[in-house]
Design a protein. Structure first.
Length: 503
């Protein structure tokens, strides 16, 4: 991509990337760090067994339901301003969660974290899209962002283990405060948002209401299915409501003058391919996080800290795949040749993990499986994050970025519920088949649990293969810098390069 005089990129863009990456790390950490702290928090706050899921669900519903609205607010209000407000709000909600004295205060703080996360996440990704316009620089920036987006969840398990074991569960909330304050201060003083890239059209209120209610119904349906079963009347009702509301949302968006989610964002085949394949890959990965955490702690007897460190190969693989493979090859090969093979390599890593039994060797099976999974996911995530804003008009950058986060959030909810349900069914079947000849009930329980994990991981292998096929079939853009894959429309290119300060 050529540069002409007067259109040089913002000299502070790499400093800005550091603060954007820090904010993204905080949001992704929060998705897993609380999981390890949950048993301790439940005991301290007297949260009932039936209500404990709301510590996770309250965040997921608010975050998943409001992401499209957050992306549109970023386009309307300005990405930098939305980013800073999201960070400060997230810090305040985290302080509230850490100081919680009962379950109502805890659930409320988690919902507030979700609200501000829904402002923060799309603003972060769309800021990258408008600040990095050179193909090679864009590849490096999205390589770093992709590594954090993919590996941050595993880092959360390590940090959550440390904080819970050596301090107490409240620090899994308080740790967000310095992250948020540093990122907000840095963003305020360093980020320079290009002028003229806002979308000042009136807000589509019917679209906001329908999309929020539809996504909340969808996420809650999958969350409830995990605990109450797929045939539960409320579960079925939620899925029916989600279909009706989201269909009404699509019909509304096709007719209104200033839609919340312009259908042009979804209908471009490369973006559609990214949203679909990335959502599927997240289904597989989030399910595995859950199974491996339980396997290592319950079956192998690992401590929270040791469990966190056991995820290190995945983090190393993710960072290597994203920054050393994806970022280096992204400007040389078409994205589908990174995403397709990347998801397949991840599927091979997942395939190794189907061999789990109660005496599985960590170094022979779990370590190489995680390493391959991380390498494949990191390689695929990086071009996927970049392609999320492929050919996008500046006014749609926020909502296009929000769609990536939405596919990840919905994928995470589906992955946890779907794969957990499959595992539970396989565990029950194993007990029924082997109960008669079992002499040790405890051993049978562990064997059944591992058999359930193994069955669900087989499904995850298939889901990753499907993600690979979709990426290869739908994504047809050329490599960045050849005209089709640089992530910007022709009209957007000059607009994004005007180095004007926007406070």
């Amino acid at each position: 991509m050529s540069r002409t005089a007067g259109t040089l990129p913002d000299p502070s863009r790499w400093k800005a990337l550091a603060f954007i990456a820090l904010a993204q790390l905080m949001v992704v950490l929060d998705a897993t760090i609380v999981n390890i702290a949950l048993p301790s928090a439940q005991t301290d706050l007297g949260i009932s067994e039936g209500n404990k899921q709301w510590v996770i669900t309250a965040y997921a519903l608010a975050f998943g339901g409001l992401l499209l609205f957050g992306g549109r607010i970023a386009d309307l209000w300005g990405r930098k301003r939305t980013f800073v407000v999201g960070l400060l709000g997230f810090a305040a909600a985290s302080a509230l969660g850490g100081a919680a004295t009962g379950e109502a205060m805890m659930f409320g703080s988690r919902a507030l974290q979700g609200v501000f996360g829904a402002l923060l996440a799309p603003a972060a990704l769309s800021l990258l899209a408008v600040m990095f316009t050179d193909a090679k620089e864009r590849a490096k920036a999205f390589g770093i962002y992709g590594a954090i987006a993919g590996g941050g969840g595993a880092v959360g398990l390590i940090l959550g283990g440390f904080l819970t074991e050596y301090l107490n569960w409240r620090w899994t909330f308080f740790v967000n405060i310095p992250f948020a304050i540093i990122a907000a201060a840095g963003a305020y003083f360093v980020i320079r948002e290009p002028s003229g890239s806002r979308n000042r059209s009136p807000l589509d209120i019917p679209g906001v209401v329908l999309s929020t209610l539809g996504l909340v119904a969808l996420v809650y349906g999958f969350t409830r299915a995990e605990s109450a079963g797929w045939s539960d009347s409320l579960t079925v009702g939620m899925f029916v409501a989600a279909v009706v509301l989201l269909a009404a949302f699509v019909a509304t968006e096709a007719r209104v003058k200033s839609p919340l989610l312009p259908l042009r964002v979804l209908m471009e085949r490369n973006r559609g391919g990214v949203y679909l394949s990335l959502g599927l890959a997240i289904i597989a990965m989030f399910g595995l996080f859950l199974f491996l955490t339980y396997y290592l702690q319950v079956v192998q007897g690992y401590s929270p800290v040791k469990t966190g460190f056991a995820f290190m190969p995945m983090i190393v693989g993710m960072i290597t795949g994203s920054t050393q493979i994806g970022a280096r090859l992204m400007t040389r090969v078409p994205p589908r040749l990174l995403m397709g093979p990347g998801f397949l390599v991840a599927a091979v890593g997942m395939l190794l993990l189907t061999q789990l039994d109660i005496n599985t060797s960590y170094t022979a099976v779990i370590l190489p499986g995680q390493l391959l999974l991380g390498l494949g996911m990191g390689t695929a995530f990086m071009p996927a994050m970049s392609l999320a804003t492929h050919g996008i008009e500046p006014r749609d950058a926020g909502v296009a970025s929000a769609m990536v986060n939405t596919s990840q959030q919905v994928g995470g909810a589906i992955g946890t519920a779907l794969l957990n349900t499959i595992a539970a069914g396989a565990t029950t079947a194993y007990v029924a088949d082997h109960a008669a000849g079992a002499s040790d009930p405890k051993l049978l329980e562990l064997q059944a649990m591992v058999a359930g994990f193994s069955s669900a991981i087989w499904w995850a292998v298939g889901i990753l293969v499907a993600a690979s096929a979709i990426a290869v079939a739908l994504i047809n853009t050329g490599r960045p810098g050849t005209g089709a894959g640089d992530g910007l429309t022709d009209g957007a290119e000059e607009e994004f390069r005007i180095p004007v300060v926007a406070h």
